[in-house]
Design a protein around this ligand. Sequence first.
Ligand SMILES: [Fe+2]
Length: 456
Amino acid sequence: MKALFICGDNEEWKLITNIFHAHFTNIDLLCVNTSQEALDTFMFEGNFGLILLECSMKDTDPTLLAKEIYETIGERPLIFIGTAAMIKDRIKEEFFDSHDMVLIYNKPYKPLELINSINEAISLAKQLEYEESVVELDPSEFLPLKLRNFYLYDQVPFDVYIELTKTKFLKAISSHKKYPQSLIQDFQKRNIKYLYLEKNEHLKFLENSVKKISQSLYQTDKSDRKRRLQTLVAAVLVTHQYIKDVGVSDQLKEFVDLIISNFGKIIEEHSSLEEILLNFPMEHGDLAEQAVLKGIICEFLVRSMGWRSDLTRSKTGLASILHDMFLEREEWSTITYKDHPHLDDLTELQKKNFLDHPKKAAESSQYFSQYTDVDFIIEEHHEQPDNTGFPRGINSGKITKVSAIFIIANNFVIQIVINGITASTIQNIIQGFNSLYTVGSFKEPYSHLVKELKRK
Ligand SMILES: [Fe+2]
């Protein structure tokens, strides 16, 4: 915030400047001598949140100057400073009574009183700033974007809003203005999950993100393995948003191909699957992080089993990206069987939508015409060999090997999200799977996972 002190006495400038330096360090104070300089300053220096106007200036009527200021920059906190006699003589009562943001400070200066007075004006300025940034918008013209997307940038070319009510939005980020990553972290702490953009801007944001992430994936070299993992998480996040809001375009298909080919690169850049797991940047355990990890584990298993076809490998990659994208809530991603106790907390409609999420994601895979038969892998991702899974509750005899690979990767990652990634949780998960996955189509992929991860 900027403050302007209008006063003809340079000694008073010093006093006020010292007070601001000592007590209001985040406010920029400018001092000017005359009313004309003040008006010129508003013209060239932009907006000021707070005005201090000393009333004894020669050739200046302070009430008239205040009126002119309000006409120029709008109403904002303004403190008239002067002796009681000067204020009585020069400030029109009518002006004072008709403006809520006008305050009076009676000289002589007493630091504590002056600080209190400035604090009062600042809180008025903050309230004004807040009120000015709350806007009524037509909600049908705005779309939500997951907060995490904004970690990709440090400025965006459009205004971004937080939803306060169905029609009221608070401007959170101004267009073309740099924002620190800590701002996004603050929103996260306040449990804000989405920011809102105008529909057209939303599409531009997604397209720019696709371009930016693609470039980053092409440029990342072996020495920056963590960056590749983080960028892949961002890539899946944008893919989910893009499919939900725009659909599957040619640009997105290319992007998804690039993501899938990077699952292989990750494996080639690490010495073992355990190394990848222990270095994986799991921050939220959310759908995007899970998808990347599942994609990598599937790719590893398919390679380990000696399946040479790129197309087969790509199928599990696409399934990893898409399978949970229509979950209503991310935390439901860890519900793995049809009698899971958490399902009792859901309404009937939520439960139905949850049980349908594999089918809905399977349908979306059909838009990726370069991959075939991914739909059944996705549709079966919650089936289990002992028929406790859903939606169909089929048993191991009916589950193909490629589905079995994906089911094992899916459940392995879910267990990691629940228990954390450490050397010992990996061992426990592998051990726990022993009674479930040593049958039918599951046997071979499970044995490869054990061979790779089990500590002798
Ligand atoms: Fe799922």
